[in-house]
Design a protein around this ligand. Structure first.
Ligand code: SF4
Length: 448
């Protein structure tokens, strides 16, 4: 049974030193009881006290690590059901599936397409982080091992979709150092698969035909001492996959049922085989509704651009504005002689403005100021986008040494800054651009 805040407080060091980030030991104990922080945040709890509470005070959902080095990812560890309650901590990772039932040409084409999606969006690299390598009983173990070797060459985390303990053992022999996931513990083979996963030191993916069977299978593996697991959402229908993802997460967070508190894998490649549009739609649903790993048949730019953008919005702290890096962004081949436009570093403003500038086809330099990630009017009102801050930013970035053109367009909403900027930035012609970004195309074309 979960411990109450008062029980934890009785065992606390009672120093009230604030090192844990809470004002008092009592406040800290209450947070631990709610599962909002780990007991490890206090350096002074005695080992005996920790041992007495460890199971009861563990976060409701386990944090599982897969992969190694730069390709190590944390899954799970969530403490809330909804993003408006608190930030989600471990973002959904996407995997592309290949299978030993495919012919060589198909496998090569699939693997070659994986690195094709790789881009930055608001300081975050967007790419396919994992490869789901499925074992087909119709193909030989040797073919499967060769496929695993080939997939490992892409330096992604591998998920070995394999329910045959011998084939799993052979595949792990060539890739276990990269800490893949072994996905295939069913009620029929769980003991053998648990032994294989434990020997290789990898995370085990648990499968059940329905939620009851899945729960029993996880419980049976816990009895064997395994706490390093992922649960597979059922794949017989979208409805049951959704039920697994939501019910297990809800039971873990709301009811503190720790047997349900493992990260999940949702295989939309199985749920909507051959239907790329449906897979993209399902991937977005399961990004929002608790898929820790979502497996798809393909990830081209058509799928990636909306999906990764949505993931980035979902897994960021809603209290921190999304910002782009301040600096000079040349657009349409803009160079030192191209006209300059300036605005704030609020990500949405950047994307809207840069999109319209690209549409105009006019070479220009978009100069992004450090405005605390706020929109134009908000940052202006807060004094973060003023004539002084713009002039200071130009000085600090040495923009006059980098750009020869002395024409600077400011957002129409802060036209009031024109006079002050002309005084503070001698030599610059300050031009008031339109109030709305959509009018920039005509504005720039007319200026030419
Ligand atoms: S760090 Fe530990 S001792 Fe200090 S206030 Fe927090 S709970 Fe109390």
């Amino acid at each position: 049974m979960a411990l109450k805040g008062l029980d934890i407080f009785k065992l606390s060091p009672k120093k009230n030193c604030k090192e844990c980030g809470s004002p008092t030991c009592m406040a800290f104990s209450m947070k631990v009881a709610q599962g909002a922080v780990s007991i490890d945040a206090c350096p002074y709890f005695s080992e005996d006290a920790k041992a007495a509470m460890s199971e009861a005070t563990a976060p409701p959902m386990k944090t599982i690590k897969v992969g190694t080095g730069e390709s190590e990812y944390t899954l799970g560890g969530e403490t809330v059901l909804f993003r408006h309650e608190k930030t989600f901590v471990s973002k959904t990772r996407y995997a592309v599936a290949v299978c030993s039932c495919m012919d060589d040409a198909e496998i090569d084409a699939k693997l070659a397409a994986i690195p094709a999606v790789d881009y930055d969006r608001i300081s975050e690299r967007m790419f396919v982080e994992m490869i789901y390598v499925n074992y087909s009983a119709d193909a030989s173990t040797e073919k499967y091992v060769e496929l695993v070797k080939k997939a490992a060459g892409l330096n992604r985390v591998l998920i070995l979709g394999c329910e045959d303990p011998e084939a799993a053992k052979a595949a792990l022999a060539v890739c276990k150092d990269s800490k893949p996931v072994l996905n295939g513990a069913t009620p029929a083979n769980y003991e053998a698969m648990n032994a294989v996963a434990a020997e290789a030191g990898v995370v085990l993916g648990v499968i059940g035909a329905n939620n009851d069977e899945l729960f029993d299978n996880v419980a049976a593996l816990e009895k064997l001492g395994n706490k390093n697991m992922l649960i597979n959402a059922c794949t017989d229908s979208v409805k049951s996959a959704f039920a697994t993802a939501v019910q297990f997460r809800k039971a873990a967070i709301k009811d503190s049922n720790r047997t349900c508190g493992y990260p999940s894998i949702v295989n939309v490649a199985k749920l909507a085989k051959g239907d790329a549009h449906m897979q993209a739609a399902l991937a977005s649903v399961f990004t929002m509704k608790y898929g820790s790993i979502v497996v798809m048949e393909q990830m081209g730019y058509a799928e990636a651009l909306p999906l990764y953008g949505m993931r980035q919005n979902l897994f960021t702290d809603p209290q921190k504005p999304m910002k782009v890096e301040p600096g000079i962004y040349p657009i349409n081949g803009g160079d030192e002689n191209s006209i300059c436009l300036t605005t704030v570093d609020f990500a949405l403003t950047y994307f809207v403005v840069s999109g319209e500038l690209e549409r105009s086809g006019v070479p220009c330099n978009l100069i992004i100021n450090d405005a605390g990630g706020l929109s134009v009017l908000t940052s202006w009102a807060a004094g973060k986008f003023s004539s002084s801050s713009i002039a200071k930013f130009f000085q600090e970035q040495e923009i006059e040494g980098k750009i020869k053109c002395r024409k600077l367009c400011i957002p129409g909403k802060v036209a009031v800054l024109k006079g002050e900027l002309e005084a503070k930035m001698p030599g610059w012609e300050i031009i008031v651009a339109p109030r709305e970004a959509v009018q920039l195309v005509k504005f720039l074309k007319d200026m030419q």
